[in-house]
Ligand binder design. Structure first.
Ligand SMILES: CC(C)(COP(=O)(O)OP(=O)(O)OC[C@H]1O[C@@H](n2cnc3c(N)ncnc32)[C@H](O)[C@@H]1OP(=O)(O)O)[C@@H](O)C(=O)NCCC(=O)NCCS
Length: 393
């Protein structure tokens, strides 16, 4: 086994639903971040042995092995292959973990892990149901086996699962709204302070009138949100307490990182940003579905031989406010180290992109703070959670 280093990492800004990334062709947007990480690493692009990409809705423009199509849209040569993996909201953290495994084992020397989702074009549910080219129904992806595991318990959508988690951990709507306000405030402060500058690849988008503009800031942040405003929002997703204000908004974005094994790092004299210290992935109870980070965190800590106290920053995806709040209550986590520059409630959650986006942000924040360890974890549809610990070097 060899150590695996992240040599470069970048992301696009996140766009709102039908916002400035709305017309982007997924392969092209992903191709732009592939080019960026290769350029930043300063390596011969032909040395990349695979592009492992995370995307959830692998249909239409996001289908047909988007990882490979993005290679064609980039400056990488034809000899670089690509693939796309799907672990729901954890897809691109899984892509990072898979790239890690291939490099650590010595199978590859260099690989890119990435994530992308253009939810403006492919909203949640885009790959469920529908018809085959010959008109036959596709059938339900979410089928009888999942229902059997529920064994007579409720079947919840994501919002209802978040509500059930809030109930189980005694989390009120007000606590969720306080957390949401602070997520927007932190993301706004980080943007104003230029903390995201190094990680964001300025990207061409469209303004409301359809005029081309260059974008270098995340679009979903609402600096003017308030507890008073959030209290007025109607509940959504068939729940009594989950509102748009305490949910991650539907968004667009792409991100990538270039991973290199220790041997090649030395041979090419590359300067790393961080290394991967440990990986884990768990399955959890299908009914509550979004509790995975609670179990993935101790598992990845134990693999790393570390404790909660050793971790400088935690990125726990804010799919809905009750998820990080339940995680923090269960693990007695320090709130001042959780999602320090805001999370998905403010910055958005382009589902397949989020694992890599959170990791890119965490690595740059470790560098900015001169800190050592970041733990990244995301709950996922299908009741799972990947978790990874990055170490600044
Ligand atoms: C919750 C959800 C259904 C809300 O969808 P929506 O109703 O289309 O959301 P909108 O963004 O239009 O927000 C609704 C209203 O709340 C307002 N709002 C939302 N967040 C706000 C905030 N922080 N402050 C003030 N107002 C806010 C919006 O301005 C909008 O107001 P309007 O109706 O006057 O325009 C949607 O965001 C969602 O599905 N999120 C979860 C996505 C998901 O499941 N991801 C995977 C996780 S596992």
């Amino acid at each position: 086994m060899q150590d695996v280093f992240i040599v470069s990492a970048a992301r696009t800004p996140v766009g709102k639903r039908n916002g400035y990334l709305r017309a982007k062709v997924p392969a092209e947007l992903l191709g732009s971040v592939l080019d960026e990480v290769v350029d930043r690493a300063g390596i011969d692009p032909g040395l990349v042995e695979d592009v492992i990409n995370g995307t959830v809705y692998q249909v239409g423009e996001q289908g047909f092995t988007l990882g490979r199509n993005a290679v064609f849209a980039s400056k990488l040569p034809d000899t670089v292959p690509g693939t796309s993996v799907n672990r729901q909201c954890g897809s691109s953290l899984t892509a990072i973990q898979m790239a890690y495994g291939m490099i650590a084992s010595g199978t590859f020397d260099i690989a890119i892990a990435s994530g992308i989702e253009i939810m403006s074009k492919f909203p949640i549910g885009s790959d469920v149901g529908g018809t085959l080219p010959d008109g036959r129904p596709q059938g339900q992806a979410f089928g009888e086996f999942y229902m059997k595991r529920l064994a007579g318990k409720e079947f919840y959508n994501q919002g209802q699962a978040a509500q059930a988690i809030a109930k189980k951990w005694n989390i009120t709507r007000l606590e969720c709204e306080q957390f949401a306000v602070s997520s927007h405030a932190k993301a706004h402060q980080a943007t104003q302070g230029g903390y995201f500058k190094k990680e964001i690849l300025p990207t061409k988008g469209l303004d409301a009138e359809g005029k081309e503009i260059m974008v270098d800031k995340d679009e979903p942040i609402r600096p003017d949100t308030s507890l008073e405003k959030l209290a007025t929002l109607k509940s959504a997703l068939g729940t009594e307490m989950i509102t748009a204000g305490i949910s991650s908004p539907v968004t667009d974005g792409a991100s990538a990182m270039l991973l290199v094994g220790e041997n090649k790092l030395k041979a090419l004299n590359l300067k790393p940003l961080a290394r991967i210290r440990a990986n884990a992935v768990v399955g959890c109870e299908p009914e509550l579905m979004l509790t995975g980070p609670v179990y993935a965190t101790p598992k990845v800590l134990s693999k790393a031989g570390l404790s909660m106290a050793d971790i400088d920053i935690f990125e726990v995806n804010e799919a809905f406010a009750p998820i990080p709040l339940a995680w923090a209550k269960e693990l007695n986590a320090p709130m001042d180290r959780l999602n320090v520059n805001g999370g998905a409630i403010a910055l958005g959650h382009p589902v397949g992109n989020s694992g890599c986006r959170l990791s890119v942000t965490a690595i740059y924040e470790l560098i900015r703070r001169n800190a050592r360890y970041a733990l990244v974890t995301l709950c996922t549809g299908g009741a799972m959670a990947p978790a990874t610990i990055f170490e600044r070097v």
